[in-house]
Design a protein around this ligand. Structure first.
Ligand code: ARG
Length: 571
């Protein structure tokens, strides 16, 4: 769909071309200059003419006036000069014949596009470290990553979502020692990750008293690396116990992955890349370890192999990137992790570039800030962490309490409470621009008022119940027209959805969609407050308002699903 902004930019391009053949600005560039006026009474879009004054050798107000003349028959609305600005106002006819019609025609694909067609994006997200709890720190990578995947799919990319499990490293030596000394199968089967974490924490406590345990752990890890059957079986089992638990959380979030190839999968692919590093003369020995010196690029050295020759995080990431490029031929590779890993990825991309892999230019790190819960920073390793499953449960239980009170006859209560309870946390998290450090408060997240998930889902459910009521006696009838400013405001808001999708993708920023959802909810709720729908004065108005309601439902539903939210019809 060509949206109002695009169409306006095209018209301006044409008008400038008429004034100055060989127009100095393309529609694409003009689009970036277009602004939303702070006061809507000034218009819906404004084009500042200041930039043109040098090229066109005229004062901005004069350019604005000449452009407005050229645009006298602008079919989508009006174009008026005001000082150095050209102010556009969309016509009510356009809103109905284009925006509403476009939503109705496209349905759930309204807002999508085909810009990604034929291209592949590989997304590395969630990627927890096996045997560790899945805590609130993982919420960011999991929901930002999945939302970016959904957004890219929405505009036509083929997407490969990879959960790059942290399933390799010396910590598995410690885990094995701890299990062999203090663990037993049954307790781990029953206790899952919590029990594995307990054993791991115990290892650290005991190792403080008895440092020899560290050597024992190194030896066990070495045996694992050599393929020792017992240790390999243990490692595999730890992994499956952890995964079973993570999958419960993914299920609650409605998230699936295309691949679970973790770090271990890449270990045997490292030697070939070591050869490339050597061929290119990049590898240096520093105190026994192999490194790539990056001082020329103002970065600390990138560690590749330890003294004993075993691989480290960077080495595995290098091999993994090459494998992914060979396997998926990606046009873009996205990594979503906490901002603490920004240096890791800057080094990784640089080293890949130095190795001669030109495609490293197409790799993007998408960092995000820290989360604290009710003021308490999350501590790892100590076992003192807020588990995501606990937070979800707390939230879902609270929602159930509210539902019991507010809507005791609700039929699908468990399902709805789950959607609202989990959704509240996702929404609250994705409302902030990702790089911001946030403090999470369940009470705020669960409020039915303000910019929250429950408010958004409640508004969606409201559209559903209006449509249900309307279906009973909606006689169809002739199309109506806009009769109230709130109807107009709603359609204008809906018209911005395609733009928001592009903006979210360009900035790797799902919060653009989350905030937009609130704009749609606000516009819809104003419309609902101001305009009787099922009880409208005439059949014509009722039919028209039902159409508006349906369009709002469509856009809200799509937008919510793009940020991993469920959309129950009744809550
Ligand atoms: N497992 C890592 C962690 O929990 C995140 C992995 C990110 N992906 C990557 N390719 N390095 O910190």
């Amino acid at each position: 769909m060509q949206n109002f902004k695009k169409q306006t930019a095209l018209a301006i391009e044409r008008a400038i071309g008429e004034l100055m053949p060989g127009a100095p600005l393309t529609a694409r560039e003009i689009e970036d200059f277009l602004e939303y006026p702070p006061d809507p009474s000034m218009g819906d879009l404004a084009f500042p003419c200041f930039r043109l004054s040098k090229i066109m050798r005229a004062a901005p107000p004069k350019i604005a006036a000449s452009l407005s003349e050229k645009l006298a028959d602008f079919p989508l609305g009006t174009a008026e000069a005001a000082g150095g600005y050209l102010n556009f106002k969309v016509s009510p006819d356009y809103l109905v014949s284009h925006v509403l019609a476009a939503v109705e025609e496209a349905g759930d694909s309204y807002g999508s596009s085909r810009i990604g067609e034929g291209k592949t994006v590989v997304l590395d997200y969630s990627s927890p470290n096996v045997c560790k709890p899945f805590h609130i720190g993982h919420l960011g990578t999991t929901v930002i990553g999945h939302s970016l995947k959904l957004l890219h799919e929405f505009v036509g990319y083929r997407c490969v979502g990879i959960n790059y499990l942290g399933d390799w490293g010396t910590q598995f030596g410690k885990q094995i020692v701890a299990f062999k000394r203090w663990g037993d199968r049954e307790t781990v089967e029953k206790g899952g990750c919590d029990e594995l974490v307990r054993l791991y924490v115990r290892f650290h406590e005991e190792a403080e008293k008895d440092p020899a345990l560290e050597d024992e752990a190194r030896a066990e890890f070495h045996r694992l690396e050599e393929g020792d059957a017992e240790n390999y079986a243990l490692w595999k089992w730890f992994k499956s116990v952890s995964l079973a638990e993570y999958e419960k959380t993914y299920k609650q979030l409605g998230i699936t992955f295309d691949s679970y190839n973790g770090e271990a999968f890449s270990v045997d692919k490292v030697p070939a890349q070591i050869e490339v590093l050597k061929e290119k003369g990049l590898l240096k020995i520093d105190d026994g370890a192999s490194i790539v010196d990056l001082s020329e690029y103002n970065m600390p050295p990138c560690l590749i192999l330890k003294k004993d020759g075993s691989t480290i995080y960077h080495a595995r990431d290098i091999a993994t990137a090459v494998y992914r490029h060979d396997t998926y031929g990606f046009d873009k590779a996205i990594y979503v992790t906490a901002a603490q890993q920004s240096l890791h990825f800057a080094q990784l991309f640089k080293v890949l570039g130095l190795m001669g892999y030109e495609w490293s230019e197409n790799m993007v790190h998408v960092p995000y800030g820290t989360v604290s819960v009710d003021g308490a920073k999350l501590a790892t390793r100590t076992g003192n962490v807020v588990l995501l499953k606990d937070l979800f449960k707390l939230s879902v239980d609270k929602v159930k309490e509210v539902m019991n009170e507010k809507n005791p006859d609700l039929k699908n209560r468990d399902e709805a409470a789950e959607a609202v309870g989990v959704g509240a946390i996702i929404f609250n998290y994705l409302y902030n621009s990702r790089i911001k450090d946030i403090n999470f408060t369940l009470e705020n997240a669960l409020s039915y008022e303000g910019s929250t998930g429950p408010y958004a889902q409640y508004t969606y459910a409201r559209t559903c119940s209006i449509l249900e009521k309307a279906a009973a006696f909606d006689p169809g009838g002739p199309d109506g027209r806009l009769t109230h400013p709130s109807e107009e405001e709603l359609l204008k808001t809906l018209s911005r959805f395609p733009e928001k999708v592009s903006e979210a993708i360009e900035g790797y920023e799902p919060s653009v969609i989350t905030r937009y959802i609130i704009e749609v909810c606000t516009a819809f709720n104003h419309f609902y407050r101001d305009c009787p729908i099922v009880t409208a004065e005439t059949d014509e108005t009722r039919t028209f308002r039902v159409r508006l309601t349906r369009a709002a439902k469509t856009v809200l539903g799509t937008a919510l699903r793009l940020i991993c939210m469920k959309t129950p019809e009744k809550i």
